[in-house]
Design a protein. Structure first.
Length: 323
């Protein structure tokens, strides 16, 4: 009975690993990608986002027509913006939501990206990218491409956190009344709950051996973005109501440069790794002559840094401030 239970447990974990791939629960290797020249994708991603905002505004005006008052028009605008930018789909067989915006970013034909074979990555000491090898390796890792965005190296997986998780946080704060701190803590999860879909669980440490603080940083920035996007008529808004015409219009252009920061970069806001994996990764970085990562003390100055910055960075900044 014990052997059968063990087999079932392994089968479940392997299935979760395959589902993690479908859900874009990837890690990134900015250490290797930092040394590879890439054009900045800021202009392309900004253009994609601004096109979505314009489309949503046009649809809101069309839906509202002439009979919708200001409050009604704002509600319609929120619905259309969430649909145009935050919309997801559930591919078979995993049925785990994917961000359509993330898919559009991935499909950009001229987006310069760093694509690595798994054995070229810092995680390539073992075949962690083969789920069926889980009984031997006890972890499953896939690696997403990285891009240059606002002159920072970030994994494409961060787009999913920015859009999907950012919207989840916005809804939790604005519709359920929780604090952003408590909802980021929910995304982080508990190390005791291994099968939860959290950074401590199957989206990170429990399955890959990697807890990516940079994922939390992108999610937090996404919360800020949705707070700006879905509030009409404030200084931070992208959309306002023209009282003379009774129609909405975009009043300022979106740019990722206003939201991406060094916290998104895993060479600065370094991930916590399971000890054996940390040893393998550090040895690979040393052997290949890669930079071991930048000074992260400045991350402590970011708003709400304690929610998404590696605690080692915060501790180092605290020590510096006392001297």
């Amino acid at each position: 009975m014990r052997r059968r239970t063990s087999f079932v447990a392994i089968a479940v974990v392997v299935l979760c690993g395959l589902m993690a791939r479908e859900a874009r629960a990837d890690e990134t290797d900015n250490f290797t990608c930092r040394s590879r020249p890439m054009r900045d994708g800021l202009e392309q991603l900004d253009a994609l986002m601004n096109a979505r905002i314009r489309t949503a505004v046009a649809r809101a005006n069309h839906r509202a027509g002439a009979r919708c008052d200001a409050a009604c028009l704002e509600r319609v605008a929120v619905d259309e913006l969430r649909d145009a930018i935050g919309n997801s789909y559930r591919p078979f067989p995993a049925l785990i939501p994917h961000s359509r915006f993330m898919q559009s970013v991935s499909d950009l034909p001229d987006l310069d990206r760093c694509h690595l074979r798994f054995n070229e990555t810092i995680y390539g000491a073992r075949s962690y990218n083969r789920p069926w090898m889980y009984p031997f390796h006890r972890r499953i890792i896939f690696v997403a491409d990285s891009i240059r965005l606002a002159n920072r190296i970030v994994g494409l997986d961060k787009m999913n956190h920015f859009i999907r998780e950012g919207l989840v946080h916005w809804r939790a704060v604005n519709e359920k009344g929780v604090t952003i701190a408590s909802d980021i803590a929910r995304e982080l999860g508990s190390p005791a709950k291994h099968i939860a879909w959290t950074e401590q669980g199957l989206r990170g440490m429990a399955l890959t051996g990697v807890l990516a603080y940079a994922d939390l940083a992108a999610s937090y920035s996404g919360f800020r973005f949705w707070s700006d996007l879905l509030t009409v008529g404030t200084p931070q808004s992208f959309v306002e109501l023209d009282w003379a015409s009774g129609r909405l219009h975009q009043i300022r252009a979106f740019t990722f440069a206003a939201y991406v920061n060094d916290g998104w970069d895993e060479t600065i806001n370094r991930s916590k790794l399971e000890p054996r994996l940390r040893q393998e990764v550090d040895e690979t970085i040393r052997k290949r002559g890669l930079s071991p990562g930048g000074d992260c003390r400045h991350l402590a100055a970011l708003v709400d840094a304690s929610l998404f910055v590696n605690p080692e960075c915060l501790a180092a900044a605290s020590i510096e401030s006392r001297h």
